[in-house]
Design a protein around this ligand. Structure first.
Ligand code: NAD
Ligand code: ZN
Length: 353
């Protein structure tokens, strides 16, 4: 079933070859199978992963198989549904979980599909949403509640990362250190605030991002290059250290500092991805401390999505301060540069024609 005639070709931002850069191309609109949905993309946002793919760094060279269409944060309107699709209709305004779990492995069969052994990520391992249309398995579609501001639709993926991390342990009444205030760290501050965190310490070298952290509800803003940082946090927590560490940078020094700030018996939830192995004093950082450590991967399917929706719709969590730029899709070069210079936080690319 379709609403409007779907063209044969579309504009797409492609990773055309195994080399730096991306290019706008005219390509065929994807065909959908019986259990797929075709979405006319409205907005796509840019993630740090897209920057790795753009620059063709070591990680990208090992993982990405060009030619393909990147982009995994998006929202749009359903343009067509396959014959066997139920519960999703043409005209629905949707986003999607782009981690497509296999459905058969031990994890998928025991409620841990977010760590599926055979996950394929649309926009990384297969065509994504930097295009007028994207094909999504119907089971991965997330219908956006009309009460959710439309601008937030493409942000459910990174916002969900934050929700998953913050809610992986107790948060109400807790003192919290957030190391790294990129978009996901910033979202974490908003979630921790909405869920009743007692005091939030935001640790971030970039002054603009520290200002954003304040807007999202951080109580204390700290620059990691400040030699007194650890003493300040200790003083402010009566010499205990923080109850919760949310590691959102992936930087080795932030990880080590975060663990030094964590109180005995505290909880550390690590989302940031280091680019290489990190040396950590396990005995003092973790073992003697009796710390609980969570590795956080993606979003729980689909518990995190329900929580994310409720936090925005019912608790008024406002993502708008994190949206610093809006550009048309074909100005992707500018978007990538703004992101790498640390000038931007979330950039929304307008895709709809
Ligand atoms: P980002 O790169 O925009 O943010 C990282 C922030 O850390 C930056 O603002 C940077 O200035 C700051 N930083 C650098 N050194 C620091 C230090 N010593 N102390 C404190 N902060 C420091 O990234 P993002 O998009 O917000 O994502 C956050 C992290 O999460 C990244 O490492 C990303 O790769 C990772 N990530 C993980 C998952 C997952 O499923 N585990 C999913 C998405 C992203
Ligand atoms: Zn699986």
């Amino acid at each position: 079933m379709t609403l409007q005639p779907i063209p044969k070709t579309m504009r797409a931002l492609m990773k055309p070859t195994a080399a730096p850069g991306m290019e706008m191309r005219e390509v065929p609109v994807p065909h959908i199978g019986a259990t797929d949905v075709l979405v006319a993309v409205d907005t796509a946002s840019v993630c740090g992963t897209d920057l790795h793919i753009f620059h063709w760094d070591e990680w990208a060279q090992a993982r990405i198989k060009p030619p393909y269409i990147p982009g995994h944060e998006f929202c749009g309107t359903v343009a067509a549904v396959g014959n066997l699709v139920q519960g999703v209709s043409v005209g629905d305004f949707v986003s999607a979980e782009m981690h497509v779990a296999c459905g058969h492995c031990l994890q998928c069969r025991s409620g841990q599909a977010h760590v599926c052994q055979f996950v394929k990520i649309l926009g990384v391992d297969a065509d994504g949403a930097f295009a007028n249309y994207v094909r999504i398995p119907a089971s991965n579609i997330w219908k956006l509640d009309p009460a959710i501001p439309r601008d937030f639709g493409s942000l459910f993926d990174p916002f969900g990362n934050a929700v998953h991390t913050v809610l992986s342990g107790p948060i109400a009444g807790q003192t919290v250190a957030v190391t790294g205030c990129g978009p996901i760290g910033l979202f974490s501050i908003a979630v921790a605030r909405a869920c009743g965190a007692a005091r939030i310490f935001a640790i971030e070298p970039n002054a603009t991002r520290r200002d954003l952290a304040k807007q999202l509800g951080a109580d204390v803003l700290l620059n990691p290059s400040n030699a007194n940082l650890e003493q300040q946090v200790m003083d402010a927590t009566h010499g205990n250290g923080v109850d919760v560490l949310l590691e959102m940078s992936g930087h080795p020094s932030a990880i080590r500092q975060g663990f030094r700030l964590l109180r005995m018996g505290g909880r550390a939830s690590l989302l940031g991805i280091p680019s290489r192995p990190v040396e950590l004093d396990l005995a003092n950082a973790l073992i003697f401390k009796g710390a609980t450590v969570h590795g956080i991967n993606g979003r729980k399917m689909y518990e995190t999505w329900y929580q994310a929706e409720a936090l925005i719709r019912d608790r008024g969590v406002d993502l708008s301060p994190v949206i610093t730029h809006r550009l048309p899709l074909d100005r992707f070069d500018e978007a990538m540069h703004l992101l790498e210079n640390g000038e931007a936080s979330k950039i929304l690319l307008t895709v709809r024609q």
